[in-house]
Write a protein that binds this ligand. Structure first.
Ligand SMILES: [Zn+2]
Length: 62
């Protein structure tokens, strides 16, 4: 299933990238995704601040 790739305002906090995108239903979602190899953390949030908070407090699994 193709994922929409329309992220904007992408920032990096440590190994985690936070980006916002439209979900195609008139809403904006905010995704935090860890880029560290083997971590695999990724989550969607309704609030940008929540996504950034998750990125700041994220700790990779060893
Ligand atoms: Zn991680």
């Amino acid at each position: 299933m193709p994922r929409p790739n329309r992220f904007y305002d992408v920032i990096r906090i440590g190994p985690v990238q936070v980006g916002s995108h439209y979900d195609g239903h008139g809403r904006t979602k905010h995704t935090a995704a860890c880029t560290a190899p083997g971590c695999g953390f990724s989550a969607d949030y309704r609030d940008r601040s929540a996504a950034e908070l998750a990125a700041r407090t994220h700790h990779c699994n060893p």
